[in-house]
Each structure stands twice: as structure tokens, then as C-alpha cells.
Design a protein around this ligand. Sequence first.
Ligand SMILES: C[S@@+](CC[C@H](N)C(=O)[O-])C[C@H]1O[C@@H](n2cnc3c(N)ncnc32)[C@H](O)[C@@H]1O
Length: 186
Amino acid sequence: MKLKLGERLITNNPLRAFIQRHVEGHMLRTMGSLKEYPLCLEIGCGRGIGAEIIVKQFGAKKVIATDIDPEQIERAKKNLKDDLKSIIEFKVADAMALDEPDEKFDAVFSFGVIHHTEDWRKAIKEIARVLKEGGEFFFEEPLRNFMKFFVKGGLLSAVAEHPLGGIFEFAEFKSELKKNNEEGIR
Ligand SMILES: C[S@@+](CC[C@H](N)C(=O)[O-])C[C@H]1O[C@@H](n2cnc3c(N)ncnc32)[C@H](O)[C@@H]1O
């Protein structure tokens, strides 16, 4: 689901970029168990800060950074620094139906994106499908107790409405990740 105006303003600004670079990127990097992540996918890349982090902090040699919103992709292309142009490729794609082959990536990243999808389980299934055996999924996502204010009829839905199908509890998210691994979908 494309961003509503309120969240577009919150997302596409320098403070968000600062937090992503100096807090989220570092925290996620400490959770990774691989030394190198040569080929990476980012879903919902927004203005493109995540893709830069994936190169600089995770040492990716190639990043495919995707977003469902063509405007966000155009913004990310405009912001892309010259030294990253041969490494990062931006393209429009829906996280629930990725146009990528099975078992392609060493890591997939979601900086606050799964909760924007209409069906979070579909997105997890797609992520598991495109990850290589032993590949890793890095994410930061808000949970139901917070998101309930932002779904249709919620107190803050006028500012930044989100799809009902994108909200989850930690336990169900974790169990879905586990299920996809056990089914050998990756
Ligand atoms: C909250 S923004 C996060 C942007 C960026 N990752 C960041 O952290 O600043 C969520 C992004 O996900 C994108 N998005 C929403 N639904 C999507 C979907 N089904 N597939 C891919 N991207 C999606 C939106 O267009 C938006 O750019």
C-alpha cells in the first residue's frame, strides 16, 4: 500500500535517514551471523537510505532495492550517490509478488515495510522463496499494539492509514518465519 501524506513526510526526511543510518543499520548488523552478504534485496526501499546501508554496513557487492511506489523509486534514483550507481539497482516491485528467481539472495531487508503490505504472510513467503539456503532476513517492524491506531477506524488512521492485513503480533510473525523455513521454501 502506498504511503499516505502524513507518513510520506515522516519517512522522506533527514531525521529518518539519520536514525536509519546510525541506529537501525548498526543494530541489524550486530544481529547478522554471516561475514559477507554479496547479493541483497531490499523491499520497500523508499528514498534509498537502506540500500546505502546494505552496501556500507553489510558489505553488499550488489543490491536490488525495490518499492511498490514508482515515485519512491524515482526519489531513490535521484538521491543515489555516484559511487553507488554500479552497485545499487532500483526497481518497482511488490513485496508480495517479487519478480525474482528462487534462492537468489544472501540477505533480504525490510526497513519498516511488511506492515504496509495487504497480506504480511504473503510477503514473508516471497522473502523466504528468494533467499538462498542459509541466507538471512533483516527487518524492523512495529507490532499490533502500536499499529491498531493506524488501521481503518483507528485513532490515527486519518494521518497514516495502514492495511489491516499488514498487522501482527511478534509471536505470530516469528512462527510464520519458522514455518517458512521448515517447509523448505527458501
Ligand atoms: C514506512 S516506508 C519505509 C521506507 C524505507 N524503507 C525507510 O525505512 O525509510 C514503507 C515503504 O514501503 C513501500 N511499500 C508499501 N507496500 C509495499 C509493497 N507491497 N511492496 C513493496 N513496497 C511497499 C512504500 O511505498 C514505502 O516506500
